[in-house]
Design a protein. Structure first.
Length: 296
């Protein structure tokens, strides 16, 4: 089956403000929320072993929308951004209007395109047009050190179609299908720095493709961060994933499509689970009582 762009993983230090940005400003819905007592075998929450949560937010189900995964580590208050993640572009005049009403900082960078930041400093570009009936999320932009090398990796090894390539502006647009969120690669004029926020982009493919992807990367001497592994979510489907790194260290997760469609079903209780988790999160008070700050 066709490979699908699924989500981008953001690490958030301030969960309530982040939830407000994605829900009230962007107008996304909580698709599901899960709490975990210990770290993930595929480092979904980063190199941390403690309690963490995962919240999927988007404009519709992951079957046909590109969404955001917000991972929150209870003991971490902030992350240092690098130049690896350059932004997500989406179409929503409602989001532009919401930002202005909320007094959220926003600025017009080109005619009809506004830049704003999610808590933590993650950039979003909002096109001031009516939200599309299809998925309004157009593209994810990642910084690269060598455009041609990255294009070769994503197109030749990961079989993405090249939609646009502009040598003068040192950018390229790739994707798996016309109706999916695209990946934009943009040269940053030097080395790519991932800071401590290390994002991750996820795609699905047929389960039988996973060992083939892993074997190809081994053959081509490319980096495999997590060899093929099964990940359990309590009370939900078990999925198989393989995690790769491109030439600049961007993390790429490929997950078996069949099990993922089951796992990613929208949970009508998702918003309440998130609200309950935020209400019962006493980590800020605990750190304050110990006269400590959450780690950065």
């Amino acid at each position: 089956g066709c490979r699908r762009a699924l989500h981008f993983v953001f690490k958030v230090g301030d969960r309530p403000r982040s939830a407000r940005f994605y829900r009230e400003l962007l107008g996304m819905s909580v698709l599901r929320h899960e709490e975990f007592e210990e770290g993930c075998k595929a480092s979904c929450n980063g190199p941390y072993d403690g309690k963490w949560s995962k919240t999927m937010v988007g404009y519709g189900p992951e079957d046909n929308h590109f969404v955001a995964e917000l991972t929150y580590n209870y003991g971490i208050g902030e992350y240092r951004l690098g130049n690896d993640f350059l932004g997500i572009t989406l179409v929503s005049s409602q989001a532009v209007s919401n930002a202005k009403k909320m007094g959220w900082p926003i600025r017009e960078v080109t005619t009809g395109v506004f830049e704003t930041e999610a808590p933590g400093g993650y950039k979003f570009y909002l096109e001031d047009k009516e939200q599309l009936k299809k998925d309004p999320v157009l593209k994810v932009t990642l910084g690269v050190s060598n455009l041609q090398k990255s294009v070769n990796y994503w197109s030749n090894l990961l079989e993405m179609k090249i939609y646009e390539k502009d040598e003068e502006k040192q950018r390229a647009l790739l994707g798996y299908a016309d109706n999916q969120c695209k990946l934009e690669l943009k040269a940053v004029g030097g080395a790519v720095d991932h800071g401590t926020a290390f994002g991750r982009i996820a795609f699905s493919c047929a389960k039988e493709e996973l060992p083939k992807i892993e074997a190809l990367m081994k053959k081509e001497n490319q980096k495999i961060l997590t060899p093929l592994v099964s990940l359990d979510t309590p009370g939900k489907a078990t999925v198989q994933v393989v995690i790769l790194a491109d030439p600049d260290g961007h993390e790429i997760c490929f997950v078996g499509d069949e099990a993922f469609r089951d796992l990613s079903k929208v949970d009508p209780k998702g918003a309440k689970l998130l609200d309950d988790a935020m209400a019962s999160d006493n980590s800020d008070e605990w750190f304050a009582a110990q006269n400590m700050k959450k780690a950065a």
